[in-house]
Design a protein around this ligand. Structure first.
Ligand code: CA
Length: 231
């Protein structure tokens, strides 16, 4: 028997809620709805959903505040759905503990893909299930610390390897510059985004078939990076 996945939508715009209801119920998800952050938090405490879709611009309590409060007691995956154009808002939401974001308007297939990634991470606690990671022409043997591209071993520096394995642990999810810098260089380096850009260029040259047109190490402009999750 397949368990039904329960989604809570926290969104004040009725049209978006209607769109999400129609799309998600068709794909077999169960949907609960909240029109405000306060109501959303109440519903989550009473009946925890498997995943939360959260708007940032809400009447009353702001979406960012919802994330902060929720993260004090819950690890439920949160995907931001926002019309806010400012990258800083998305970065703040991700750094506060949201798992991913989508900018309105978005396609149903994109939404479903992001939801699958977030649910997979929630089940596996973010740890890779296998000691060997494979995606397109890239193969990383995490147990032996070996990296192969199209079958040939590639030598990475310790920093390059740490960037790659950090992205593998969050496979398919976006990581902000701050999150990556903290993981790889430590908490004192969170503002040194130029480090990342330089190392990402080196890493792409080593593992991307076409470094100028990355298929694996994707840039999320103004936000950070994501290791692509191709089907
Ligand atoms: Ca709104």
């Amino acid at each position: 028997m397949v368990a039904i996945v329960k989604i809570l939508v926290i969104e004040d715009e009725p049209e978006i809620r209607r769109f999400l209801r129609a799309s998600l119920v068709t794909h077999g998800y169960r949907l609960a709805e909240a029109e405000s952050g306060e109501d959303g938090l109440r519903q989550i405490s009473r009946q925890p959903p498997d995943l939360v879709l959260l708007d940032l611009g809400l009447p009353g309590m702001d979406g960012l505040e919802v994330i902060r409060q929720l993260r004090e007691w819950s690890r439920v995956p949160i995907i931001i759905i926002s019309a806010r154009g400012r990258d800083a808002d998305k970065v703040d939401a991700l750094d506060a503990g949201a798992d991913d974001y989508l900018t309105k308007p978005f396609s149903v297939s994109e939404l479903l893909a992001r939801m699958r990634v977030a649910l997979r991470h929630a089940r596996g606690n973010g740890e890779p299930e296998e000691p060997v990671f494979e995606q397109d022409s890239l193969r990383v043997d995490l147990a032996r610390r070996q990296v192969f591209v199209a079958g040939n071993e590639v030598h990475l520096t310790p920093i390059e390897y740490r960037i790659l394995t950090t992205l593998i642990r969050s496979h398919g999810k976006v990581l902000t510059h701050r999150q990556l810098l903290k993981e790889v260089w430590g908490p004192d380096s969170v503002f040194e985004t130029q480090y990342l850009r330089v190392y990402m260029t080196h890493l792409r040259r080593k593992i991307e078939p076409e470094p100028a047109r990355p298929r694996l190490l994707l840039t999320e402009p103004g936000i950070g990076y994501r290791l692509a999750a191709h089907a």
